[in-house]
Design a binder for this molecule. Structure first.
Ligand SMILES: [Zn+2]
Ligand SMILES: [Zn+2]
Length: 67
């Protein structure tokens, strides 16, 4: 995926990725390859212990996986 602009986390390096969860542009340093999310979302996922099921703007804590 190619994106144009600066990383919206550090605002210093060129963004290489666009987060599918929150839309934030992230540079290599602020991109989490394991989750495929920006560093912010990756941190949230790691805290919740679930991968790939974060829903934007709706982080109620039910344990039901919705697809
Ligand atoms: Zn950055
Ligand atoms: Zn994100």
């Amino acid at each position: 995926m190619s994106v144009t602009g600066l990383c919206q986390i550090c605002e210093r390096q060129e963004a290489e990725h666009s987060c599918p969860n929150c839309g934030t542009l992230a540079c290599e340093e602020h991109w989490d390859e394991a989750t495929g999310l920006c560093a912010q979302c990756a941190a949230t996922v790691e805290r919740g212990g679930r991968e790939g099921t974060v829903r934007p703007d709706d982080v109620d804590d039910d344990d039901v996986m919705r697809f």
